[in-house]
Design a protein around this ligand. Structure first.
Ligand SMILES: Cc1ncc(C[n+]2csc(CCOP(=O)(O)OP(=O)(O)O)c2C)c(N)n1
Ligand code: SF4
Length: 341
């Protein structure tokens, strides 16, 4: 895809509009994808990377139409394979800021292997998973994140599968940045996207996204304005985990289990303080799900580790320094070729 070039010099501060492509947006009216697109376009000037050094890579699905709508480089690849293509891009051109956009079907069904290994390798890219708990593009089949019992065209009597929790999967894959946000909570989404952009290594964000046509209101019980304060727990590093309209509730840990309490009954000192460098806290948060707990959003976990691209490029440089640039033909010819007879 070509960037629509204008006469903006790089010194000139870009705005949200500079990241809007001329492509007609083809999502259904009211789809949560619009809000995500708007926030990504909004934060890009703040990320401060020139457009020609940014690339959005996607697989297949409604969410995967995303690169068309960004006035950056883009690559609409094949189903589930966006992380593999993005890894290649980053290694070939480490100067690029690489973003992967995937859905719960694209990233966690056909693409589950690529998803896990990208996180495990800590490739320096940003991975946004639009979770609408359904296959949108193919008109409403259940996905790996659909709730048990979900009735769809491919599960007419209800899904008998247990849903996957993408945050738990990312933590288990040793991801170095794991976060969750919500399409309707735009301020939170923008902050989370900026935190992901600042992270070196794979940053993973699960974004709860409403598919108004095939799975409307799937997250309404936690995201509707009237219940949001009581059902969402916004975790911030260094801050006590409190929620509720007047922050009247909090999380304490008894033994190994989190528990919801009234802050005035136990005292502020007992409330668990979020530490995003602590994998145990991240694990505990990842297991907290409604109706027993509020749904946590924010940066669950972040640690700094060498990235795959960095290590690989350094290794290649070292080998070239010690052994010379190599000869591909010589490699293909020997040392032990054989002929098929
Ligand atoms: C190899 C292959 N298998 C299956 C499909 C059909 N297919 C297209 S998109 C999709 C799932 C999309 O769901 P999701 O990733 O959740 O994206 P959404 O459309 O909900 O944004 C499937 C199964 C395909 N295009 N290619
Ligand atoms: S089918 Fe669902 S996910 Fe796809 S564009 Fe329409 S509302 Fe969005």
């Amino acid at each position: 895809m070509e960037i629509e070039v204008d006469t903006h010099s790089q010194e000139q501060k870009l705005t949200r509009k500079d990241f809007v492509s001329g492509q007609e947006v083809r999502w259904c009216p009211g789809c949560g994808d619009y809000a995500i697109l708007a926030q990504v376009q909004k934060i890009m000037p703040e990320v401060g990377i020139p457009r020609e050094k940014i690339v959005f890579v996607s697989g297949i699905g409604c969410s995967s139409r995303f690169p068309y709508y960004m006035n950056t480089y883009g690559f609409h690849t094949i189903h589930g394979r966006a992380p593999a293509v993005a890894t290649g891009l980053k290694i070939a051109n480490p100067e690029l800021s690489v973003w992967v956009v995937t859905g719960d079907g694209d990233g966690l069904s056909i693409g589950a292997g690529h998803f896990i290994h990208t996180l495990r390798r800590n490739v320096d890219l940003n991975l946004l998973l639009f979770n609408n708990r359904i296959y949108g593009l193919t008109k409403g089949q259940y996905s790996p994140t659909s709730e048990a019992g979900k009735k769809t065209k491919s599960s007419p009597w209800g899904s008998v599968e247990r849903p996957m929790n993408p945050v738990r999967l990312a933590l288990a894959a040793e991801a170095t940045f794991v976060a969750r946000t919500v399409d309707v909570h735009i301020k939170h989404m923008a902050e989370t996207l900026l935190a992901a952009a600042a992270h070196k290594g794979t940053s993973f964000i699960e974004i709860y996204q409403n598919c108004i046509v095939f799975n409307d209101k799937t997250f309404a019980d936690i995201t509707e304005r009237s219940v949001r304060d009581e059902r969402l727990l916004e975790v911030v590093h260094g801050k006590p985990m409190r929620f509720g309209k007047d922050n009247e509730f909090g999380i304490v840990v008894r033994g190994t289990r989190p528990e919801v309490v009234r802050v005035d009954e136990v005292g502020e000192d007992r409330i668990l303080v979020h530490d995003s460098s602590d994998p145990n806290i991240a694990s505990l948060l990842s297991k907290m799900e409604p109706p027993d707990y509020p749904a946590p959003i924010g940066v669950f976990y972040e640690r700094h580790s060498p990235t795959y691209d960095e290590l690989l490029i350094r290794q290649i440089e070292n080998v070239i320094q010690n052994k010379g640039p190599g000869n591909l033909q010589k490699l293909l010819d020997g040392p032990s070729p054989w002929e098929i007879s």
